[in-house]
Design a protein around this ligand. Structure first.
Ligand SMILES: *Cc1c(COP(=O)(O)O)cnc(C)c1O
Length: 388
């Protein structure tokens, strides 16, 4: 039977690459469906009885290549990549919690995560307590008061760079039978794996490509927990797409070089800001002599690219400072090649009570910087003129 051209464009022979002749960069499997010779083979894949791929909403080789890389960097067995960081947070919480469960989380955390726990989970009958990440007695009091399904926390926290005591939190969680979920976005994929954290979540939007041009998220854990949450993930349907995964795989080759260069520049800038009279309450992990600094030095090897501090003269001076900066884009996020600044007006959570506002530690003049890959002398000169 000879194909007509109309059929040939759909059923042309496939180019094979020899198995011992591999491309250096992992291919983009821009593809949704896989076929097999027999129906039993297809069913075997769907049931997880044989390796293979069936449908990209469930798994895709390019995405899986990225998942394997991130899981091993974080020191865990498996990873699920998602379409955004908030999606990794939301799907993890939806998969792990059921109506009547209680979640403990912290006022210092990422704003959209608070909204997921309070508004979204709240609608489905999951209750919560929100306290300060520094309040260890409060954590124990909350855990002792009722069964708690999980503790959700960050370290360093976004936006104000508080350091969670991971050993204390994981020890209390284990004692009271709660799972720990750490949003490890700011610390990166290579840190905190030594602690008995049950689930890591990440925004891949920050450090994977280094260019701030691709969105994604990841959930990383042991196989048994990933198996539990994977069935929910594949029907919620917010998988990372293969093209984004391939851009992230490309970016990850320079991950350590970028993370450490940005950390080194941020350290120099911390020293500069600490000695500047217009600045106060500098928070950079490991900077200074306080308890938080020594805790950060115990927990982390690389301190990251985010600095938080207060403009002593307050909110309006903070706004003028941000607007004066030449090399810092006035926008959220961090980890990109460009340096970024958030003015006080962009930092304030609107929904806090005065008490929550006080222990969130976001002050009237608080600003946040993300240090990029520009020359550090240029950045310091820019900060200096804007502070003046
Ligand atoms: C950015 C961020 C997120 C959300 O990630 P997106 O990719 O923007 O959805 C979640 N947690 C933390 C700590 C973040 O910094």
């Amino acid at each position: 039977m000879r194909m007509k051209p109309e059929t040939y464009v759909i059923h042309a022979p496939v180019v094979e690459t020899p198995a011992d002749n591999r491309p250096l960069n992992f291919p983009v499997y821009q593809n949704v469906k896989w076929e097999t010779e027999t129906i039993d083979d297809a069913l075997g894949i769907v049931r997880g009885q044989r390796p293979g791929y069936f449908y990209s909403r469930v798994s895709n080789p390019t995405v899986h290549q990225l998942e394997t890389l991130l899981a091993s960097l974080q020191g865990r067995e498996q990873c699920l990549a998602t379409a955004s960081g908030v999606n990794a947070v939301a799907q993890t919480l939806i998969a792990l919690c059921r109506a009547g469960d209680h979640v403990l989380f912290f006022v210092e955390g990422y704003g959209p995560t608070r909204a997921i726990i309070r508004n979204l989970l709240g609608r489905y009958g999951v209750t919560h307590s929100m306290i300060s990440i520094d309040d260890h007695a409060g954590i124990e009091r909350e855990l002792a008061a009722r069964p708690t399904r999980l503790i959700f926390f960050e370290s360093p926290t976004n936006p104000i760079n508080k350091i969670a005591d991971i050993a204390v939190i994981t020890e209390l969680a284990q004692r009271y039978g709660a799972l720990t979920v750490l949003d490890n976005t700011a610390a990166g994929f290579h840190q905190h794996g030594q602690y008995p954290i049950d689930v890591f979540v990440h925004s891949l939007t920050k450090f994977t490509t280094g260019n701030g041009d691709v969105m994604g998220g990841a959930v990383i854990s042991r196989s048994e927990l990933i198996a539990q949450i994977k069935s929910d993930f594949s029907i919620l349907g917010a998988q990372l797409d293969p093209l984004s995964a391939s851009l992230m795989l490309r970016g990850m080759k320079s991950y350590f070089v970028r993370y450490r260069a940005q950390s080194a520049s941020a350290q120099r800038i911390a020293d500069f800001l600490a000695s500047h009279p217009a600045c106060t309450r500098l928070r950079y992990p490991g900077w200074g002599n306080g308890a938080a600094a020594s805790l950060a030095r115990r927990q982390m090897q690389d301190m990251g690219c985010v600095l938080a501090f207060d403009i002593r003269a307050g909110a309006e001076a903070g706004r003028r400072f941000a607007e004066r900066l030449q090399y810092f884009a006035k926008t959220p996020s961090f980890g990109s090649a460009e340096s970024l600044v958030m003015a006080p007006q962009m930092m304030q959570p609107k929904e806090f009570t005065p008490e929550q506002r006080a222990y969130s530690d976001i002050g009237e003049g608080s600003v946040r910087l993300s240090i990029g890959l520009e020359d550090v002398e240029d950045l310091i000169a820019d900060l200096d003129q804007a502070l003046r």
